[in-house]
Design a protein around this ligand. Sequence first.
Ligand code: AMP
Ligand code: MG
Length: 421
Amino acid sequence: MHNKTSLSQLAADPSCMDDYDPSAMSVTQARLFIAQFLQPVTETEALSLRESLGRVLAVNIIAPSNVPAHNNSAMDGYAFKFSAGVKIIKVIGTAFAGRPFMGNLKAGECVKIMTGAMIPKGADTVVMQEHTVQKSDNIALLEETKQGANIRLAGEDLKLDQTVLAKGHAMKPADIGLVASLGIGEVQVFRKLKVAFFSTGDELVGVGEKLEAGQIYDSNRYTLHSMLARVGAEMSDFGNVPDNPILLEKTLLEAAQNNDVVITSGGVSVGEADYMKALLAKHGQVLFWKINMKPGRPLAYGKVAHAHYFGLPGNPVSAMVTFYQFVQPALLALSGAACMAMPVFKVECTQAIKKTTGRTEFQRGLLFADAETWKVKPLPKQGSGVLSSMSLANCFIVLDETVGNCAAGEMVNVQLLEGII
Ligand code: AMP
Ligand code: MG
């Protein structure tokens, strides 16, 4: 793969590398290309456990104890020392969760035990209450219970000294609970990424303002803000900037100054004579690509000062697709998150799709339940300006470069837009 110097070399002279064609980049090539320049942040901060939701661990979390700490009962029942053939056992006490029975059980003795209560000394088996009959101080065992039954062993969930969560892990609700189960109340995480963004275009108007003829509302800054919020970035919104070289230059330089990443939308179409390209050539090392994909063909990536720069296409659907396919994975990598491939799986597509080979398409799709089976259909309007298709979709139908027309009933790859968490 290419090395670091290639960014400035390539920006100055795209023909300097044999296998590099900015006007025909595959999705995979572009992803790999960007990945080589991503150095994760190094600064960390200590957060209280609850605050760490969604953040990336900067250290391994090692178990300071077993979880559970003691053998305990998985059932409400009676704890006793197993002995083959024994049917009647004497009840000599009770063990509650958090209030152990402190005695030592002898053969023929048991204690009534609640779920989660510590197994008393001498006991090795728990019989479910439903499998017993109590008669005065004794219980009769109605069914054969296996030795060791209904006991949760110490360390069954987490073992002392094991790595519970590795550095680079992004904290989910289950992780927060897991760390709490170890009694750890504070964790070390990487700092948030600082991301600046702005929209470009003379036609753009902020929401709340009146539209004149030919103007449109700047929706990209709203989708971008939301997508960045989901990634957990610390955001700086530089507004919508008209196609004015002085204003664009000022905003670009300001945005790049104290941020890890700058994202713009609009004005990066390859071959288009516009100010952004000239500015980026002047102030950064930025590569302009035509990606073999639909939607989202033009994409710019590079560096402006110390900030990573992503120039997204202006069309609202293209901006979202390129964000999800290139920017989001890059932001996760920069946040120190361990690489997690987005799951892609095959589902039957109920409608035919027209497609030419040689490019990857991310069609907006709807996964729906057809009797017992989940199937997918493409949404009817697939234009790169039809943002309602993104709103209606719950998945991308991913048709890679090798795929041509799909007949109804064929299996297609899908990528979920929303997960359970
Ligand atoms: P551009 O990439 O600047 O040539 O823009 C391509 C298309 O996207 C044009 O129709 C623009 O009007 C539209 N567009 C650009 N920026 C935005 C934005 N921030 N919000 C909504 N549409 C936009
Ligand atoms: Mg524009």
